[in-house]
Design a protein around this ligand. Structure first.
Ligand SMILES: [Zn+2]
Length: 462
């Protein structure tokens, strides 16, 4: 307690105690299990010649992710465990299983005089970022969660936009959230020019390009588009100060691609987050005695297997590069074509070749030439897609495709299987995740840990 008072009283002259770390980065790959990391690592090795930076960190551990009411957690409960250090129930943010308010590591950092940044590639009131500033029994109360952001007094938010911006689903609506944030003193940027010019805090930097409320998928980005790495670099520039900072950066769409069983999108998002880790790592090299980088995940999504019954011992993960767009982008193009009710399977073939490079005719040795049974699978998916999800029984439909379009699912499964990979679920799994650490006090994260250890350990370093 005396130390806390001391820190508060002499902030401008602060020198850090031996167990304190001045600059702390916490990366969370949403849905990034060990298989996702290895698939992205192998893909990068084969296509670029070097693997993921996070896999080279000197400290590697295994982390359990279960929550208070389920062996398989959701992002709210696991986000709360990582952010606050306490297990809670599915869907709950910043409260324990009995509804008591918890303190997040970001809130503690702020109280101790650090600057705080929260970054996510998905909407900034989504479960994972919200776990660091919100206290709400339901992750679905999106507008109310946004209002909690204003109470946090955190310095920087960056990434996607906000879901339910105008509070259409909230009893507590009092206008457009971005207007409220501006009135509260936040500079809000929504264009690239504004982002580049941004030089003061507090600030909310929203990606100039959005896919729904989230940043675009890495796979769909064009040169010059704002990336998670760009936002991380901006956060470092703005937040660096004598009292240090805590920055949480979430790769949120690794999870979304896991749910959709989209392997190209999944690998793209994991590499996108690794690029942001590179920015933090470069900063750590410049500040070697003062920086800690922790990389973890809230859970695994999709039950990704690094093998497939049809390819035996063969892995061709670089073949994923034949996939040209993430599932939402292709899904939109396909839905557009599907509007023409007279369109046949033959009419859809050019779209398949355009987005997945698959060929329906050609040399037998061509790895992109579809085999007869694969074409049949696609035809069946197309037929079911045409039936608009009405075929039964519903249990079979659920198990085969969840809520996803059967034709779209078949194409993405085919892409994974041809690379020697397979998905086993459209949901999360309880497979433990990998935690990697670099820098000061990084050995605290070695070995078998639990997601609650992230907050509880980092709190001792503030
Ligand atoms: Zn999820």
């Amino acid at each position: 307690m005396k130390k806390i008072l001391f820190v508060l009283l002499v902030l401008p002259l602060l020198t850090f105690a031996s167990d304190q770390v001045k600059y702390i980065f916490l990366f969370i790959g949403d849905g990034m299990g060990m298989a996702q990391r290895m698939a992205a690592d192998r893909y990068k090795q084969l296509t670029i010649g070097e693997g993921l930076l996070m896999n080279t960190f000197p400290v590697q551990g295994i982390t359990t992710t279960w929550c208070a009411d389920h062996f398989i957690t959701d992002s709210a409960a696991s986000g709360t465990a990582i952010a606050c250090g306490t297990k809670t129930n599915t869907g709950v943010l910043g409260l324990d299983a009995d509804g008591n308010r918890l303190e997040s590591v970001a809130e503690m950092a702020k109280i101790k005089g650090r600057k705080v940044g929260i970054i996510s590639s998905v909407s900034l009131n989504n479960a994972t970022p919200a776990a660091f500033y919100a206290h709400n029994p339901s992750r679905s109360n999106l507008y109310d969660i946004s209002l909690d952001l204003l109470n946090s007094n955190f310095d920087f938010f960056g990434g996607g936009s906000f879901s339910d911006l105008d509070g259409k689903n909230s009893k507590n609506a009092r206008g457009n959230f971005l207007d409220l944030a501006r009135a509260d003193g936040y500079t809000v940027t929504t264009t690239r020019e504004q982002f580049d010019a941004l030089d003061k805090l507090p600030a909310i930097a929203i990606s100039p390009k959005l896919d729904g409320d989230a940043m675009p998928f890495n796979l769909d980005m064009e040169p010059g588009d704002l990336t998670l790495a760009d936002i991380t670099a901006k956060a470092i520039d703005l937040l660096d100060n004598d009292n240090g900072f805590f920055i949480m950066i979430e790769g949120g769409k690794i999870d979304w691609c896991g749910h959709a069983n989209d392997i190209g999108g999944n690998i793209g998002e994991t590499i996108g987050m690794d690029n942001a880790i590179q920015v933090a790592y470069d900063f750590a090299l410049r500040n070697p005695d003062d920086t800690l980088i922790v990389v973890t995940a809230d859970h695994e999504t999709g039950g990704l297997a690094l093998g497939y019954s049809g390819t035996h011992y063969e892995s061709n993960i670089d073949r994923v590069s034949a996939q040209k767009a993430a599932y939402t982008t292709f899904g939109r193009a396909y839905a557009n074509l599907k509007k023409d009710t007279a369109a046949t399977f033959d009419d859809i073939k050019p779209l398949v070749t355009q987005y997945f490079s698959f060929k329906f005719e050609g040399d037998d040795g061509d790895p992109l030439l579809l085999k007869d049974y694969e074409v049949k699978k696609l035809e069946e998916g197309f037929k079911r897609s045409r039936e608009a999800g009405t075929y039964s029984p519903v249990e079979v439909r659920e198990e085969l495709y969840n809520d996803y379009d059967p034709f779209v699912v078949e194409l993405y499964h085919l892409t994974a299987n041809r690379a020697g990979l397979a998905w086993t679920t459209y949901s999360h799994t309880a497979i433990p995740v990998v935690t990697s650490a670099y820098g000061e006090e990084s050995d605290e994260f070695e070995g078998m840990t639990d997601n609650t250890d992230m907050a509880n350990t980092i709190k001792t370093l503030l």
